[in-house]
Design a protein. Structure first.
Length: 810
């Protein structure tokens, strides 16, 4: 039997092993494989070193392929053996300890070396780079003693190192050569917001500063800058850049420039030798993020398997910072200039900044800070060179803004094309995930992670992967017996978290994160508003409502519009107003030059195009309560004219609507709640597509629940019939309190009613009068704790004022 061809891999890191994984899928058994790795570990996820440093993960969680994986695939792993020579004439590689291995094909994936500043003192004990497990171990050992850490480099790695050391209790300063942080990923405004957020955590900054020397005799004691200033330090981390690790290839006569030069098939100038990863230079470009390296890995595997079909044509990259609680995204060319257009939104108070750079109606770059939810969509538009002419007005608000999401946010991922990249770290696109869910019968996030690797690195795509699970499996996903965690920060479900909040009397979201051992101490964009809401519903009087845990509209107590202005919707009970109210509204519209005054679909008046700084004065002049048009809360009770004027009317629906709205105003809920009251079965107020709708009949009122208009229409279910207004209000309150207590955050009444079933609700709300009263009283108690947000703001109890741009941009 002919012996197999020999493949040797130098570099047991992310790109090299990913190439082998792809190769084993395409041509299992084609090669006898030997892997040399200078580090004494199996292949691990380098990206996760930052969460390990900050204490959010353990080292063992970073292992991508354990020792068994090599054994099971017949791979001869030489861990802890560094190759020092490639003998191309004899086709052999030689390790530092003299061990040799022959190859027919060689794959070089030696990654990068951290760049150390050529300054005096750089070799002193206490000076470390940030590249591998041994660097992290050194930093952990230093941080255990406490003291002062100085990180040189305010780029991605430097800030992740600084954040990790800060979490470990060190006093941390960051020194950066450039006037603002992460200048390769952020513009000046984004950099300033980031610096402000990190400074609030206790980080100190020296920038722009050039380091001249590391001070110390036997151990580092400090740094000296070029301007003569000196600062003390017990630990110095140099994170000032990386250089492709090409010495080995260069010494073997393989053509190198900045990196090992490869063609579109990842082949070097020696046709038997391929190279992938950070060590390569392709079409003049080197890369320092994993997504492009994984694209290279696919192509290299394809050619090693002798399929000869794929070509690597370069990559556009996007960046995220893995610092918990700081959301940052950047992609493409965001620097701007005379030939491009910029669309920006800056909310200094809430730390939200969005910038999209356009050229010829195409997205060429973007920076997002504070709210990065639209990042994947913008990145998709950028990669596809999409003409955004028709959706330009929606760019800053995301794809879901193109229509009413209304259905637990499933639409964002569902509407992406199969080619859309979901997991940037691992280069996994939507089609691959959906196919794996369907063909391999996957039900849980964990299974998708294992099978596709999506969401298994930095975790920022977890929400999108969950949406794909939900939209692909539909009802099956919801009914799956396997439990679905609230988000990637915990293994606990929504219900388990709620139970713990009640049982352990947890009174703030932060207390919940701490008590329930959240993976990320500050939570994520998914769990923060949900947990805050659960705390508020469980403990309406004592629970802390943390403004930082709210979505931006709720923090601003106003609905932000597509042009960055706000809308003002005063509450007009039952849609019935008076000349005096109308006069005040008209006066405000004129005085503040409100560009548009419009009736909403729910019969209210909307003042559109309001400047943020005018909001407090407008509300003070109006003297009307907030219509809560921006929140997950009671919106409106729509009414028809009813018996008072309509000749068909059988009940006074206008009065009913007003009574309902007064009884429920200020009510927070898992999602927005809309009501309607119609005076007879002609149903002019459209009560059967509302969360709660009442319809007048001869004997009293019919009460309908769980209706929905919008994109996915659901006709409401008849819950019961009652005789009086008081009964209708009590039933409505009980139903809504049950919904508040049981539905998952962001679940409208329509999917909730379908999930728990009408009978479940009837038993608790209609059949059991004691329970009904208890529920209604619980809602009354919660509402008694609420204050109108704008009244509170005007009295100075709530800060909703806008911060002028000048204070943010340095
Ligand atoms: C702390 C940190 C955080 C990061 N965060 C992100 C992130 O959030 N997103 C992102 O996309 N990227 C991130 N990166 C970058 C990402 O980890 C790298 O792009 C990726 O690991 C590069 O893969 P590689 O295989 O080319 O190199 P590596 O993963 O470095 O693997 C190269 C391996 O080759 C070995 N080697 C070198 N020379 C020899 C030799 N002569 N003989 C034997 N073995 C040798 C090295 O020891 C190393 O194990 C981060 C990097 C770090 C350090
Ligand atoms: S629902 Fe009945 S009462 Fe109300 S406006 Fe229509 S016809 Fe008149």
């Amino acid at each position: 039997m002919a012996s197999k061809a020999k493949l040797v891999l130098i570099g047991n890191g992310m790109a090299g092993i990913r190439t082998l994984e792809e190769l084993l899928k395409m041509a299992p058994g084609a090669f006898e494989i030997t892997v040399f790795g200078a580090e004494p570990h199996p292949n691990y996820n380098r990206i996760l070193l930052s969460p390990v440093l900050s204490g959010e993960m353990r080292l063992e969680d970073t292992i991508l392929n354990d020792w068994d994986w090599y054994h099971d695939h017949g791979i001869n792993l030489q861990a802890g053996r560094k190759i020092v020579q490639i003998d191309r004439a004899r086709r052999r590689v030689i390790a530092a300890d003299g061990i040799e291995a022959a190859y027919d094909r060689l794959l070089i994936a030696t990654g990068s070396n951290p760049f150390l500043l050529p300054i005096p003192g750089r070799d002193l004990p206490g000076v470390v780079a940030y590249r591998d497990i041994s660097d992290v171990e050194q930093m952990l050992a230093a941080s255990a003693k406490g003291g002062r850490a100085v990180v040189i480099g305010g780029g991605l790695l430097g800030l992740e190192a600084a954040n990790g050391l800060l979490s470990r209790g060190m006093d941390v300063s960051v020194v950066h050569l450039h006037p603002w942080l992460m200048e390769r990923q952020l513009d000046q405004v984004g950099g300033a917001l980031l610096q402000k957020a990190l400074a609030q955590r206790g980080m100190r900054f020296y920038l722009p500063k050039q380091t001249e020397a590391v001070l110390g005799e036997t151990h580092v004691t400090g740094l000296r800058f070029r301007d003569g200033e000196e600062i003390p330090a017990d630990l110095v981390v140099m994170a000032v850049g990386i250089r492709p690790n090409i010495e080995l290839a260069k010494a073997a006569g393989i053509h190198c420039e900045r990196g090992i030069v490869v063609n579109d098939t990842m082949q070097t100038y020696d046709p038997r030798i391929y190279a992938v990863g950070e060590c390569v230079q392709h079409r003049g470009q080197t890369y320092g993020l994993v997504a492009p390296l994984f694209e290279q890995a696919k192509v290299a595997a394809n050619h090693l398997a002798a399929y000869g079909r794929m070509r690597y044509e370069g990559s556009i990259t996007s960046t995220k910072l893995k610092v918990t609680g700081i959301d940052l995204f950047s992609a493409g060319d965001f620097t701007g200039g005379p030939e491009v257009e910029e669309i920006t939104l800056l909310d200094g108070t809430y730390g939200v900044y969005k910038k999209v750079v356009l050229k010829d109606n195409k997205v060429v770059g973007s920076v997002l800070y504070g709210d990065t939810s639209i990042g994947p969509w913008l990145f998709q538009l950028l990669r596809e060179n999409h003409d955004i002419g028709e959706i330009r007005a929606h760019l800053l608000f995301g794809e879901t803004h193109l229509g009413d999401a209304g259905h637990a946010g499933h639409d964002q991922a569902a509407s992406l094309p199969d080619s859309a990249e979901i997991c940037g770290c691992n280069g996994v696109c939507k089609g691959t995930i959906v196919q794996a869910i369907r063909e391999q019968g996957l039900f849980t996030l964990e299974e998708v992670r294992q099978q596709t690797k999506a969401s298994s690195s930095c975790g920022s795509c977890t929400g999108l992967v969950e949406q794909l699970l939900a939209s692909t499996l539909g009802g099956v996903y919801d009914q799956s017996p396997k439990k679905k965690p609230l988000c990637g920060c915990t293994d606990l479900t929504h219900d388990e978290v709620r139970e713990a909040i009640v049982a352990e009397k947890l009174l703030s979201a932060r207390q919940v994160f701490e008590y329930l051992n959240w993976n990320h101490p500050g939570g994520c964009a998914t769990c923060r508003p949900a947990v805050n809401y659960y705390v508020r519903t469980a403990w309406p009087a004592e629970g802390l409502d943390d403004p930082q845990m709210h979505f931006i509209n709720e923090r601003a107590h106003a609905n932000i519009q597509k042009d960055g202005t706000y809308s003002v919707v005063p509450r007009i009970y039952g849609g019935v107003t008076s000349p005096a109210e109308l006069r005040r509204i008209a006066e405000v519209a004129e005085r503040f030059q409100v560009p548009m005054v419009k009736f909403t679909g729910g019969q209210r008046l909307d003042l559109l195009g309001v400047k943020k700084e005018d909001l407090p004065a407008i509300w003070a002049t109006l003297g009307m309560p907030s219509g809560h048009a921006y929140g997950k809360s009671l919106r409106t009770v729509k009414t028809c004219v009813g018996t008072e004027f309509c000749r068909f009317g059988t009940q006074d629906s206008t009065r009913m609507g007003i009574e309902l709205e007064r009884a429920l105003e200020g009510m927070w809920a898992p999602h927005k709640v809309k009501l309607a009251a119609s005076g007879c079965p002609r149903n002019c107020a459209e009560s059967t597509v509302k969360d709660v709708g009442v319809i007048g009949v001869d004997s009293g009122w019919e009460i309908y629940i769980g209706g929905n208009g919008g994109m996915k229409v659901r006709a409401a279910d008849l819950l019961c019939k009652v005789k009086t207004n008081a009964e209708a209000i009590e039933i409505t309150k009980a139903f809504l309190q049950l919904y508040r207590q049981e539905a998952h955050y962001l679940e409208r009444t329509a999917p909730w009613v379908e999930r728990v079933g009408l009978e479940h609700i009837k038993v608790r709300v209609v059949d059991d009068p004691t329970n009904r009263r208890r529920l209604a009283e619980a809602l009354d108690f919660a509402l008694a704790q609420e204050r109108d947000p704008w009244a509170a703001a005007i009295e100075g109890h709530l800060d909703v004022h806008a911060e002028p741009l000048a204070r943010v941009a340095p």
